[in-house]
Design a protein around this ligand. Sequence first.
Ligand SMILES: C=C(O[C@@H]1C=C(C(=O)O)C=C[C@H]1O)C(=O)O
Length: 379
Amino acid sequence: MKPGSPESGFFYAKKMEIVDIKDWGLGLSEHLLIAGPCSAESPEQIEAIAKGLKGSRVELFRAGVWKPRTRPGSFEGIGEDALGWLEIARETLNVPVTVEVANTEHVEQALKAGVEVLWIGARTTVNPFSVQEICEALRGTDIPVMVKNPINPDLQLWLGAFERLNKVGIKKLAGIHRGFSDPYEKRYRNKPEWSLPIHLKRLLPGISVICDPSHICGTREIIASVSQRAINFGLDGLMIETHHDPDNAWSDAKQQITPDTLKIIYENLNFRESIEAHPEAISELDKFRQKVDLVDTQIIELMADRFQVIKQIGEYKKGHNLAVFQPSRWQDVMESRIQSGVNKGMTEKFMKSMLFAIHEESVKIQEAQLKEAKTSNKV
Ligand SMILES: C=C(O[C@@H]1C=C(C(=O)O)C=C[C@H]1O)C(=O)O
């Protein structure tokens, strides 16, 4: 099976026509900045935030109207009435607006109110029934839809939502990386997994992925650094929750920032130059890249050699009925290799994850050998 073929599943996505954010007809540009409150609370609140955002780079105003809360009893959004208040933001800032939709009723009301862009939340992306319901309500329209990653780091599920939307004719699509739920994670509210948006962009050429640092961070202090990381990883914009009085916000108070803070964060972001605009850099980098290619080839050859020896050990274990996993040997391998790697300037974290991946593969190979022995014994 060829990697990247339909049979390999994980790395495969059907070709789909995707309209670039710049061509959504809404005046949105590269490095899209989306800002606005977690929830629309009152017309006065929308006005205060929109006025505060004047002079910022905001191109799309966000506001939650229906809020999916973890437990009942918290503020669940104003609902349809708040859709009318968004006109204040449109007029004040001369920008389109976006809201989250989670079912047919939301879609119908948002479309009726002239909302320009919709987004599907992480708790909805996770459920194909809900995504399909939204798709049916959108059939026949060409409204842009942004899809947040599902709460668990499941690329297939995220991809599935885009495929469903595309099937009903929605081509103006973008992703939003808002991090993933992890009960052991202490630093972030939702841990970022930068490799996922990168995979998504590779699978769906032309898709833009926006980062939502507010939901990744959960606390305003680290929004600036996560925003910069998103830019460093090549994400296409930021969606940052903004409130004129964050501490008294009705939802997500800790993670919202004032419009003034947003301006400061945005001004201090370092947007790197796109390499396509620098042909001389490509040829300069090519010199190093040839070396990288060579080293990678050597790594692969050495890795293949290691797995050959692993197979010989596997044969021995098969002949002597020995367990595949050998904890004390593995402990020694880990400790000595981590130490060697650290001595050479690599991080312990990197060494550990690389060694775990290698060990997992070794164990898999030997397990297959032992399984083979068992089945052939039966015959
Ligand atoms: C290769 C072996 O089998 C397993 C794989 C190991 C490895 O990849 O280095 C180490 C110990 C075992 O858990 C072995 O027993 O030496």
